[in-house]
Design a binder for this molecule. Structure first.
Ligand code: AHR
Length: 308
């Protein structure tokens, strides 16, 4: 705001023993638990302390979590925002309080806040590319003909928006790839299961399911089995994340493809904070690299501990 006395984004002058705020949007499933653990482990490795909050899937709780972190005057704040718009006001409040913010895993709406100004940078995966990779696999595996149900992530969250766009744009040039229904499954297994049960009644002839994350795919697989269908044979399933349970399903052929979204953001996040403290200007987006798992490499990925 106009009253701030610091630069945009605020500078970080301390280089060690940082007090780091971390606002997590929810901590309810393997992906998010892996992310939280990665950040906490990296902080303790470096001798930094973490003020941690869990917004339990609520934009309003996440805003008040961030406000309470600001009040504790940390050196930096890491935010994994629930939605693109929901935490914008709190990001601006941190900047006005002269505390540099780093967004991790999910981005915010660039029409409202700008990396390199309101926050230092976004550190996370290329969600558009993740969606494209699932689409490319499905186009090839089905020879370009499928009736697809798309289980979307939380409405308004950056991964749901970008994974939808990446997939939908990619299949759009293949007229045989028909998306017959899209539903918000909230990145959640129970919701994915329930939505899939209902959708199967309207679309019993579905031949593919694209889930924006593994948890919803695991729910959809349960629903398909309960409806007497064989996932991997009658219905091709593809999703994003790379949790162990999904990798096991890829290994057994129940799922066709899992594109990784690497949740181990601790090292890259703290390296970026470190660079910033030393006076460097990080790129507006630090891209996390992701693998892709099919039957050819799923067993190896499990044994290498790449799952979570
Ligand atoms: O922001 C990353 C996504 O959020 C992960 O794919 C998902 O599992 C989580 O809910």
């Amino acid at each position: 705001t106009a009253s701030s006395t610091c630069s945009s984004p605020p500078k970080l002058t301390k280089t060690s023993h940082l007090k780091v705020g971390f606002s997590q949007e929810v901590n309810n499933a393997p992906w998010r638990i892996a992310e939280t653990t990665s950040i906490q482990e990296e902080a303790s490795k470096r001798g930094d302390t973490v003020i941690y909050t869990d917004a339990n899937n609520s934009d309003s709780k996440q805003v008040s979590d961030i406000q309470s972190i600001i009040a504790q005057r940390p050196d930096v704040i890491l935010i994994a925002p629930l939605t693109e718009d929901g935490e914008v006001s709190a990001i601006k409040q941190a900047r006005a309080a002269c505390i540099p913010v780093f967004l991790v895993d999910r981005d915010a709406n660039h029409a409202q806040v700008t990396p390199g100004k309101d926050y230092v940078t976004f550190i996370g995966s290329d969600f558009v590319k993740e969606g494209q990779r699932v689409a490319d696999y499905m186009i090839q595996a089905t020879k370009g003909t499928a009736k697809i149900i798309e289980l979307q992530g939380t409405t308004g969250s950056s991964p749901a928006i970008a994974r939808g766009k990446g997939f939908d744009d990619e299949v759009a040039s293949h007229p045989g790839m028909q998306i017959v229904a899209k539903q918000d499954g909230n990145f959640d297994r129970a919701t994915g299961l329930a939505k899939m049960q209902t959708l199967l009644q309207a679309h019993p002839d579905v031949t593919a399911v694209y889930a924006h994350n593994d948890e919803m795919a695991l729910g959809a697989i349960q629903a398909l089995k309960a409806a007497g269908k064989i996932p991997g044979k009658d219905v091709l399933v593809g999703s994003i994340d790379g949790e162990n349970e999904a990798l096991q399903d890829v290994q057994s052929g129940t799922e066709g493809v899992v594109v990784q979204c690497n949740p181990r953001l601790g090292p890259i996040a703290f390296d970026t904070i470190d660079a910033y403290a030393k006076g460097q200007t990080p790129a507006p987006w630090i891209v996390q690299q992701d693998n892709e798992y099919t039957k050819a490499n799923a067993a190896q990925a499990i044994s290498q501990g790449l799952g979570f």
